[in-house]
Design a protein around this ligand. Sequence first.
Ligand code: DGP
Length: 112
Amino acid sequence: MSDCLFCRILAKEIPSRKVHEDELTYAFHDVNPQAPTHVLIVPRKHLAGVAEMDKTDESLCGALLFRAKEIADSLGLTSYRLVFNSGAEAGQSVFHLHLHLLGGRRMKWPPG
Ligand code: DGP
């Protein structure tokens, strides 16, 4: 989608700091990090968010989660938080499905 920010990052029209890529996913550092490590894992397929997934996206969802675990391992993180913001009221600002991987500092719970 030409008007989607993360599709444009995937197309390399907008630069990003790559962490990992494979046939299904692309991972890069968040431009506005909320922790010493803040990586976004996105599917190459455009989906607006969690709410737009359907049954056919079940394995893609698993791939995002497993990729996050592999990236955390590769970065030496033993404690980290994984977040999907779903919908504007939950804090979603970019409407291309993405998983936040945050680590490197103590985090509060509940997040607020
Ligand atoms: P969310 O609020 O859950 O939709 O998260 C979107 C994240 O995307 C937010 O943490 C900031 C990040 N972000 C927005 N624009 C850019 C960009 O151009 N480059 C990168 N690397 N990250 C971006």
